[in-house]
Design a protein around this ligand. Structure first.
Ligand code: BYC
Length: 483
């Protein structure tokens, strides 16, 4: 591999491995965008802690064997860079009508609008998540968690840069306008919201943060994998590198929930509580009861399912046919990669019942990706349930049925229980508090959200991690707080 591509040029204002130093026009456009980004970070990035030293990793290479280094950095001084995975020689378009043709290094004119739309949607989610999480620093359960939050935030910021680079370099004036719009929309804003539903929801507490990084970042993983297959090579290379960073975000979610579950089980055991559904008794211990964890899980999983769009979608079919957005692990799938005659089973509402119906595989691509996602979600659940069963409790966290609590797709107009039993609106309104976090649940969790800022100490409701970041010892000062 070419050393210039592997190592990142830090001599320009914007670190990059795309030779920006010689691409004056794009460099100028990005430098023009930079102040607006810094203003956005100041207004909508983490509240407080901007002068604190945070032990962050920064990407310095795209070599998977060693791409990041750790050091204390003030967040506004983090080097947000443009990093693309190395170009694969002779890469071909791996699916669709153009299957086997050389991948595009420039935007194919006939697919320009579709490509821009997908890049803008992807870009929009990145700053949205930073906005959703901006207040969490104030209630972090430890310095370790505080650092992880900020790591996720700066990297989402970098992912915005990644999409903005593509817009500025390949889409001319409308790309520049879209790049400005990405800084203008705001999560949850009534007039100018972020584009996708889940990114306008609140992330009110740290349990939600862990659920978000587990479930919603995992949608990010699936979508990035699909875009990493793109015949538009710069998009593919960008997404491939983003996935390297994304893995840590899901680690934060998975281990975060593990640690909450672990602490709850330990506290219940120590107090001799045998019934994990005795909510009042468990809460009195200052930990989050398992049924409430299940409710949070129900909420974040279903909000994330909505991010896959409708089960049957011509948008998805068009993007695949065009060679713009592929399937999860496309190149490893053994079929014709064109899907002209294939079918795929889709869950649909037929005569008031949830049934699998064969649909053309091309229009069912969102459903397929969502199925891949659900399978991926199950892995962490098994680990959480192992913690519960090892502690001797008869309780299982489960993923709700895909018909439950949906706002997009086949089930958006009906109500169903987490077990997938269809119910009417009155029953739903009466019972939804059993399945989704209620105001009382939110208030209880909020009451636990007290900041812990002493190195090596953790809030009552969460266990310490098994290992430190960058193998640091348990009492390492991950954030040197300066306000
Ligand atoms: N909310 O044919 P349809 C991440 C719209 S997360 C609101 O059903 P399609 C991250 C849709 O736009 C990954 N609107 O769906 C995670 C369309 O509107 P128009 C982000 C929605 O197009 C954590 C209409 O409904 N990346 O990276 O096949 C932290 C009909 O659409 C929603 C991507 O999503 C919704 N949930 O698929 C940080 C990849 N769903 O155009 C980051 C790029 C659908 O008719 N995006 N609509 O006005 C895509 O691939 C597709 O646009 C979608 C939707 C999968 C989102």
């Amino acid at each position: 591999m070419n050393a210039n591509i592997m190592n990142v040029d830090y001599s320009t204002k914007i670190p990059n491995n795309v030779n920006l130093g010689e691409d004056r026009q794009v460099l100028k456009a990005l430098e023009g965008w930079h102040p607006g980004y810094m203003d956005w970070w100041g207004d909508m990035g983490p509240e407080g802690f901007q002068q604190s030293l945070v032990y962050l990793r920064t990407a310095y290479s795209v070599d998977p064997r060693g791409w990041a280094k750790f050091d204390y950095v003030k967040m506004p001084e983090y080097r947000w860079g443009i990093l693309l995975a190395p170009q694969e020689e002779n890469r071909v378009i791996p699916f669709g009508e153009n299957y086997g043709k050389p991948s595009w290094q420039e935007v194919p004119g006939e697919h320009r609008a579709m490509l821009r739309r997908l890049i803008v949607i992807q870009g929009d989610t990145e700053p949205a998540s930073v906005e959703q999480q901006r207040h969490l620093g104030k209630t972090a359960p430890s310095l370790y968690d505080l650092r992880n939050l900020f790591q996720v935030n700066v990297e989402e910021g970098r992912h915005l840069w990644a999409m903005v680079y593509l817009l500025q370099k390949y889409f001319g004036r409308d790309g520049r306008e879209e790049a400005d719009e990405l800084l203008r929309r705001r999560s949850g804003d009534a007039d100018s919201p972020r584009m996708l539903g889940a990114f306008n929801e609140a992330t009110p507490d740290w349990l939600s943060f862990f659920m978000f990084t587990y479930f919603t970042d995992r949608d990010g993983k699936m979508q990035l994998h699909s875009l990493a297959q793109s015949g538009f090579d710069p998009l593919s290379r960008t997404c491939r590198f983003m996935l390297t960073e994304e893995a840590h975000h899901m680690f934060v979610g998975e281990t975060g929930i593990s640690r909450v579950v672990q602490r709850t089980c330990e506290a219940m055991s120590a107090a001799g509580i045998s019934d994990p559904t005795d909510i009042a008794k468990v809460r009195a211990l200052g930990v989050i009861d398992l049924p409430t964890i299940q409710k949070k899980l129900n909420l974040h999983y279903t909000l994330s399912l909505d991010l896959f769009g409708s089960e049957v979608s011509t948008n998805a079919a068009n993007a695949f046919n065009a060679g713009i957005k592929g399937r999860y692990h496309e190149t490893q799938i053994r079929d014709d990669h064109r899907l002209q005659n294939a079918t795929y089973p889709v869950l649909k509402l037929v005569g008031g019942e949830i049934k699998r119906v064969d649909e053309p595989a091309l229009t069912a691509l969102n459903m397929r990706l969502r199925d891949d996602y659900t399978q991926d979600c199950v892995k962490g659940m098994l680990r959480w349930n192992k913690i519960i069963s090892t502690a001797g409790y008869d309780f299982k966290l489960t993923l709700p049925n895909v018909a439950f609590h949906r706002a997009i797709g086949e089930f958006k107009d009906i109500h169903a229980t987490p077990d997938g039993v269809l119910i009417d609106e009155t029953t739903w309104n009466k019972r939804k508090g059993e399945w989704l976090p209620s105001t009382d649940d939110g208030d209880f969790i909020a009451s636990l959200m007290k900041p812990v800022t002493e190195a090596g100490q953790f809030a009552s409701w969460i266990a310490p991690p098994k290992v430190g970041i960058d193998n640091k010892p348990g009492d390492f000062e991950y954030v040197k707080i300066e306000t």
